[in-house]
Design a protein around this ligand. Structure first.
Ligand SMILES: Cc1cc2nc3c(=O)[nH]c(=O)nc-3n(C[C@H](O)[C@H](O)[C@H](O)COP(=O)(O)O)c2cc1C
Length: 325
């Protein structure tokens, strides 16, 4: 095959543009949580990051001991910033931080050593001013699965299929909210929960959004509800976390899809494999913030009675499972 230097350069430029687009966004929003003005998402993520170190420490096995003065100081500092920024003190992130301090305070050595006096006073200030919130107290006993539930999850996983034939029936918002609440229970890096879900009912805007997606031909016109799943980069401190937005979103998405299926609602992931230009066009049409990475589209709706799906066989378990002793 003949080598075309111009074509090769163009292809390389297109690849570079994709990487640079991502790099620019990561540099701008995964910025060690530097804030020049109040920013709820950045502050709440940083606060969770630090107080999670405390609640995690409180759940470790072994002898009960004092730990984590640095993250505790940072938690108090961020709570101060929260209050001075005027964010709600009924927010679960704020209260979760205070309850973690409440659990942590019990580990303070008595008498309080000189170097911990400032921290002791700062924590006490929050504990005295904020009413205890029992639902958020930490740590809590783990709930155990009482009997083997594998059949349920096996059957759910088998019934869940990518559906491309929907009826016109709208999807009830309360079912979506319930599914989101299940999806939110997915693990996420330091519990920062970066995902956001944007929904668009069938209509003009939805159809415009689908034009920039390359895998909905033949059924895109009949999607009752379109989801766009994003991950907010402000949840992450720097480029070393560049995989987390995708991983957290994948875990969220699977829980969401299963929770939809458990309520009789079908779905189909729609890839977001696009150039920077397409990504930007969708941002122009929506209120998706520049800090949010678009991870995937998701078609949501009730499957038609006569809906068929591709067999799509899976690889054998042996071909993917590698046991190393
Ligand atoms: C990230 C991702 C992107 C996908 N994109 C599309 C798409 O653009 N169009 C489509 O029809 N199906 C899409 N799918 C669905 C896959 O084709 C489907 O999950 C796979 O073939 C397995 O079939 P099943 O989901 O029915 O078990 C996507 C799935 C994933 C996970």
């Amino acid at each position: 095959m003949k080598f075309h230097p111009i074509k090769a350069l163009k292809a390389l430029w297109s690849v570079l543009k994709g990487y640079l687009y991502e790099l620019k966004q990561n540099r701008r929003y995964m910025n060690n949580w530097q804030r020049s003005s109040p920013d709820y998402w950045s502050l709440s993520s940083e606060l969770i990051f630090y107080y999670h170190k405390l609640e995690k420490g409180l759940s470790m096995p072994g002898e009960s001991r004092f730990f984590g003065a640095a993250p505790a100081r940072q938690t108090c500092k961020l709570l101060d910033e929260w209050v001075s920024s005027g964010f709600s003190q009924n927010d679960s992130v704020f209260l979760g931080a205070v309850e973690s301090l409440r659990g942590y305070f019990k580990r303070m050595p008595e008498p309080v050593p000189e170097e911990l006096r400032g921290l002791n006073v700062a924590i006490k200030g929050y504990l005295e001013n904020i009413e205890p919130c029992d639902e958020l107290s930490t740590p809590i006993p783990k709930l155990f699965t009482q009997e083997n539930q594998l059949t349920f999850i096996e059957e759910l996983a088998t019934r869940r299929r990518s559906v491309r034939n929907f009826i016109k029936k709208p999807v009830e918002l309360e079912f979506i909210e319930r599914a989101v609440s299940v999806a939110q229970k997915a693990p996420s890096a330091c519990n920062r929960q970066p995902c956001k879900l944007h929904l668009y009912s069938n209509g003009e805007l939805q159809q415009k959004l689908l034009k920039y997606q390359n895998g909905n031909r033949g059924f895109g016109q009949d999607i009752p509800l379109l989801g766009i799943l994003t991950s907010d980069s402000r949840s992450f401190f720097d480029h070393t976390e560049k995989n987390e937005p995708y991983l957290d979103a994948g875990l969220f998405l699977m829980g969401f899809i299963y929770a939809l299926e458990a309520q009789g609602i079908s779905s189909c992931c729609l890839n977001w494999c696009v150039s920077p230009w397409e990504d930007q066009q969708v941002r122009k049409l929506t209120t998706i913030a520049p800090s949010e990475k678009i991870i995937t589209y998701l078609a949501i709706g009730y499957a038609a009675d006569d809906c068929v799906v591709p067999r799509s066989p899976r690889r054998s378990v042996e071909s993917i499972l590698n046991y190393h002793g």
